[in-house]
Write a protein that binds this ligand. Structure first.
Ligand code: UDP
Ligand code: MG
Length: 325
């Protein structure tokens, strides 16, 4: 029986682009005649007609699987839901807004056949995004590379293809504070990059504002490194050492030259500075503590409302290889 490729597509309020994505991806599937291909749309609790559209597609197209989550759990959870239901020998992830061109799948498959377990898309240009978003994204990748031991390739999104054995390891990681780009890198296996130009969104608006991106960055850093905690230790140590030296100097100075009580500005600056540094690092501690709290609850990562499997993955006899409707 021919190999199965599952393409996971998380979608949250994307009614304008579902059909455009479906037809472009179907064309790409038609160019892969030696494989059975399926699209797994994961509706991440949309409030528009996204769910109805993907259910209709699953009813009419044997290559479409529809998974609907019970509410919005976020893109990371939606991708995990897709990975959990996927059965493909290779599993790919694409954004539904066509920012990751579906034609990339052809390059992915080619590299997969060369023996790579992970083929990821590396963007050389990002059109239609503000300079601030590009600059903050670049800074984030630089910081996380410096701080953490897993090396997360820069300028890489979630768009990638993974073989079955990679997916099997990935779905074992059930942590709540999911930073998928970090998890992908943590799993390892032979990987290769395919370069592409990131297109602007075809329709609709981005679901990530700067506040969400900032939280996403915090998530990435705190779930992959405890460097901020170590920094607290070094800052504390440096300040303590400096204050001992200064204390010694003040004693000597008082003994030799005497002391008229002055120095209010020095005092207030020292107190405020120390207070600020302490509060800041209590906040850092709290950030990690909050994450431990989140993990200890052991809640499921997402809740599935309904699933409609594709007929191509259920097709155990291998008939109708990759046939459209
Ligand atoms: N998405 C999702 N759940 C969310 C937010 C986004 O499934 O809570 C999906 C969205 O439908 C899209 C992908 O994640 O397919 C990327 O989202 P978006 O295009 O808004 O992000 P950007 O490309 O601007 O980083
Ligand atoms: Mg997008």
């Amino acid at each position: 029986m021919s190999k199965l490729i599952s393409v996971i597509v998380p979608a949250f309020n994307e009614e304008e682009v579902i059909h455009a994505f479906h037809s472009r991806m179907s064309e790409v599937f038609d160019r892969l005649p030696g494989y059975r291909c399926e699209m797994i749309f994961v509706d991440d609790g949309s409030v528009d007609s996204t769910r109805r559209l993907i259910m209709e597609l699953a009813a009419s197209d044997p290559r479409v699987c529809a998974v609907a989550l019970s509410r919005n759990f976020g893109k990371e959870a939606a991708m995990t839901a897709g990975l959990d239901v996927s059965k493909g020998d290779a599993v790919a992830i694409f954004d539904v807004d066509l920012q990751d061109p579906p034609e990339l799948l052809l390059d992915f498959v080619e590299n997969w056949e060369k023996g790579f377990d992970v083929v990821y898309a590396k963007r050389t240009r990002r059109d239609g995004e503000t300079w601030l978003k590009k600059a903050t994204a670049a800074a984030f990748y630089r910081v996380i590379r410096r701080l953490s031991r897993v090396s997360i390739p820069p300028d890489t999104g979630d768009c990638r293809l993974m073989t079955r054995r990679v997916v099997e390891q990935l779905v074992r990681l059930r942590e709540h504070h999911r930073f998928m780009k970090g998890l992908f890198a943590w799993v390892g296996f032979p990987s290769v990059a395919v370069e592409y130009r990131r297109d602007p969104r075809v329709a609709g608006a981005t679901k990530f504002n700067y506040w969400k991106l900032w939280n996403f960055a915090l998530e990435g850093i705190t779930s992959f490194t405890i460097a901020p905690l170590k920094i607290a230790m070094y800052v504390g140590f440096t300040l303590a050492a400096a204050s001992f030296v200064m204390g010694g100097w003040i004693v000597v100075k008082t003994l030799v030259w005497g002391e008229a009580v002055r120095g209010y500005p020095t005092l207030i600056v020292t107190v405020l500075c120390l207070g600020g540094v302490q509060l800041f690092f209590i906040g850092v501690l709290g950030e990690y503590l909050g994450r431990i709290f989140g993990e200890t609850k052991q809640r499921p990562l997402y809740i599935v409302d309904s699933v409609r499997e594709s007929r191509i993955s259920a097709d155990v006899h291998g008939e109708g290889d990759n046939a459209a409707t």
